[in-house]
Design a protein around this ligand. Structure first.
Ligand code: PLP
Length: 367
């Protein structure tokens, strides 16, 4: 099964490029001839300084991040941004904010935001079991809201925005949780006030969260904002206010470099479209044996949830037999069940091809 013996279809932490892991291994004990590992070094020393600066420069190149936006490497996971966003953008807990609730993650973001803002739901996909997204102009936005928040890709439900709504509120600010499709395709960063993403799906190990924040939004946090959640503190200190997750940032830097070497995000997107295409085609061509509940126009290129029409037992059998063939972590999220194949940037095409062949074989053996 591929170069590594297994294919890891986990939703996150997720598979990383083999070449990146090999480079990290080669440098692990003696970084740049220093006799030390980068994880043992001062975050204020020359080696780490160069690594974090290169990571930022490469990410800026990948996403064409404009000078209007700051790149921050933060801790606490994307979940911490659920509170940091309203704390930084709303003047007080009574300031309104709009949330598109398109799945479990944006629902979590919304619930957390209610503590620090007067957040309300601008659109909810709950009645449709989170299988669709709204037409972009039908989101009922509050003109007084401080921002509109979306989750660009719902990791559990597999719905992905293919284009983004315009924020029609008092600030025109759109905020996106891009944790599970960050760096999977080009994005026009200038359309967003804030983009944030936990690294552990597409760009590195868990422990670092990237936030790309429009500079004019920084420095307006609510007075009681914890220091670690205030974007100004991190922007003023080049993400080195306190000890950052050095090793995770270094690993992200290796991934960014790898993505640039692949030709950048337009090339990466083509590969992702091809991989997702053959998997969705296999589901749709199974005559209803495999079912993806997500509306076709918003199916995620990263997380592909599906069920087996026969019976839940067969899903268990499917997942267990796939694991025996070294295709791991195909179980759907505990909240929705079924099967979920997460096929991030680093999932090789051969992994998806193997899964598709296995699906056909499983169906033939269990009609
Ligand atoms: N948002 C999305 C879309 C996610 O997929 C996840 C994690 O899986 C999170 C937020 C939470 O991220 P973290 O675990 O880094 O807090």
């Amino acid at each position: 099964a591929g170069e590594r013996g297994v294919y890891n279809f986990a939703a996150g932490p997720a598979t990383l490029p083999l070449s990146v892991l090999q480079k990290a291994r080669a440098e692990l004990v003696d970084y740049g001839g220093s006799g030390m590992s980068i994880m043992e070094m001062s975050h204020r020393g020359k080696h780490f300084d160069a690594a974090i600066k290169k990571a930022e420069a490469d990410l800026r190149a990948l996403l064409a991040v404009p000078d209007t936006h700051e790149v921050l490497f933060l801790q606490g996971g994307a979940s911490t941004q659920f509170s940091a966003v309203p704390l930084n953008l709303c003047g007080s807990p009574s300031d309104p904010a709009d949330y598109v609730v398109s799945g479990s993650w944006s629902d979590k973001a919304f619930k957390e935001a209610k503590k620090f803002s007067a957040a309300s739901v601008a659109w909810s996909g709950k009645d449709g079991k989170y299988t669709a997204l709204p037409p972009l102009d039908s989101i009922s936005q509050n003109p007084d809201a401080a921002f509109l928040h979306i989750c660009s890709n719902e990791t559990i439900h597999g719905v992905e925005f293919k284009d983004y709504p315009e924020a029609k509120n008092r600030t025109g600010i759109l905020v996106a949780d891009m944790s599970s499709n960050f760096c999977s395709k080009p994005v026009d960063v200038s359309r967003f006030g804030i983009i944030y993403a936990g690294a552990q799906k597409n760009v590195g190990p868990a422990g670092v969260t990237v936030a790309i924040v429009r500079k004019d939004l920084i420095g307006k946090a609510q007075a009681n904002t914890p220091v670690m959640l205030d974007y100004k503190i991190h922007a003023d200190n080049g993400s080195l206010y306190n000890t950052p997750p050095c090793f995770a940032i270094y690993m992200c830097g290796l991934v960014f470099q790898d993505l640039l070497e692949q030709g950048g995000l337009a090339e990466v997107e083509k590969k992702n479209q091809h991989k997702a295409g053959i998997l969705y085609d296999a589901i749709d061509a199974s005559g209803g044996y495999f079912i993806c509940p997500v509306e076709k126009s918003v199916r995620s290129l990263m997380n592909v949830p599906f069920t087996l029409a026969k019976a839940a037992d067969f899903e268990k059998q499917f997942i267990a037999e796939a694991a025996k063939e070294n295709m791991l972590e195909l179980k759907g999220h505990r909240s929705v069940g079924g099967v979920r194949a997460s096929i991030y940037n680093a999932m090789p095409l051969s992994g998806v091809e193997k899964l598709v062949a296995f699906m056909k074989d499983f169906q033939a053996r269990n009609p």
